[in-house]
Design a binder for this molecule. Sequence first.
Ligand SMILES: Cc1cc2nc3c(=O)[nH]c(=O)nc-3n(C[C@H](O)[C@H](O)[C@H](O)COP(=O)(O)OP(=O)(O)OC[C@H]3O[C@@H](n4cnc5c(N)ncnc54)[C@H](O)[C@@H]3O)c2cc1C
Length: 377
Amino acid sequence: MRTARVAIVGGGLSGLYAAFLLEQRGVQDYVLIEARERFNGRIASLSAGGAATPGNLDRFDLGPTWYWPELQPGFDQLVRELGLQVFEQHEAGDMVVERSPGARPMRMRGYASSPSALRLDGGMETLTDALRRKLDPARLVTGRHVRRLRCTGPHVELEAEDVHGIVSSWRVEHVLLAAPPRLCMATMAFAPALPQALSRQWQDTATWMAPHAKYVAVYDTPFWRGQGLSGEARSMAGPLGEIHDASMPGGAAALFGFLGVPAQARMNIPEDVLRSHCRAQLARLFGPQAATPRADALKDWALDPCTATAADVDGAAHHAAAPDAAVASGPWAGRLTGIASEWSPSFPGYLAGAVEAAQLGVVALLGTGSVISGEQS
Ligand SMILES: Cc1cc2nc3c(=O)[nH]c(=O)nc-3n(C[C@H](O)[C@H](O)[C@H](O)COP(=O)(O)OP(=O)(O)OC[C@H]3O[C@@H](n4cnc5c(N)ncnc54)[C@H](O)[C@@H]3O)c2cc1C
């Protein structure tokens, strides 16, 4: 059994940021255990122009796209401290609306969202890439699904399985849970059991965006802009309900949309069929050029067992209030802290929430005080 002071379970934004904060505070004795073969969790992208390198602008978000600097100044500060380039969501031009199935798409004057949303050059993965490049690779483990956590008093023993069922074990003093609370309750066994009220809270916390699916189509040029269209559309006909321009400044052009078809219904439709319906809809809305993207992709988060549970697929998609992040009493008190985005008091479910929850978790673990020069307010 390997030992470390801290185990971080999950290598999405919250887990990577917690690891970054620990290293900044001089804590090298940690392990970050990630179930997937890749890091970044709900942050993912389609790479349509070669390798997913930091300088490659042709990466298009299949997970989160935006943040709102006016509402989330701490997150904005982190982005700027990491030296990442930002730009405003393109909204100039008219939008297109399909009011019902069979109705002709109508062109309407577009509107500017307020507060405005920012995107990252090269997509949201540039953020997690930048954090990960600052971490000691020897501390990061992928392809290990944490299944069991046993509190022995002064320690927690974790067991993680790889795809072949081979078990690795760690003994640590503290666990930072960087996976969504509902997913933790559905896929991990805690011994002794967590207090009932806390378990219920964690089970009842919907994982933000888990029931959703996103489609991206990449083109050589943003041809819709030449027609005075912004790339924005709303549709009651589907399959996409809400569409936006996803082009990269200086890179390829793209449109993306959220599927309006509920998760349960999507499960009965093969992905290639859904994608062909998406292409046909984009052609209806933006003209025949939209029918032949140079690349396209659909990411259905409801089908991803490292994000969604059956309860997320069935349940309503809403921002849940943050549940308690720590165990107040009993053997787990002081040994386990939830730091995934859903545990954030100010921005539960958002990227800014992953950063806030990770920061609160690390401060609780190491004591109070500023963690980085640009500590979240
Ligand atoms: C389609 C979509 C669009 C979104 N749009 C936005 C947006 O525009 N703006 C915004 O602010 N937010 C958005 N979000 C939300 C945002 O993606 C999340 O808030 C954020 O990425 C959460 O990060 P996290 O690290 O807390 O959790 P996650 O990213 O879910 O990371 C959890 C990690 O834990 C791993 N894991 C799970 N179980 C285990 C286990 N047993 N053992 C080991 N590892 C495990 C997972 O593989 C994953 O890597 C969107 C999300 C989606 C899906």
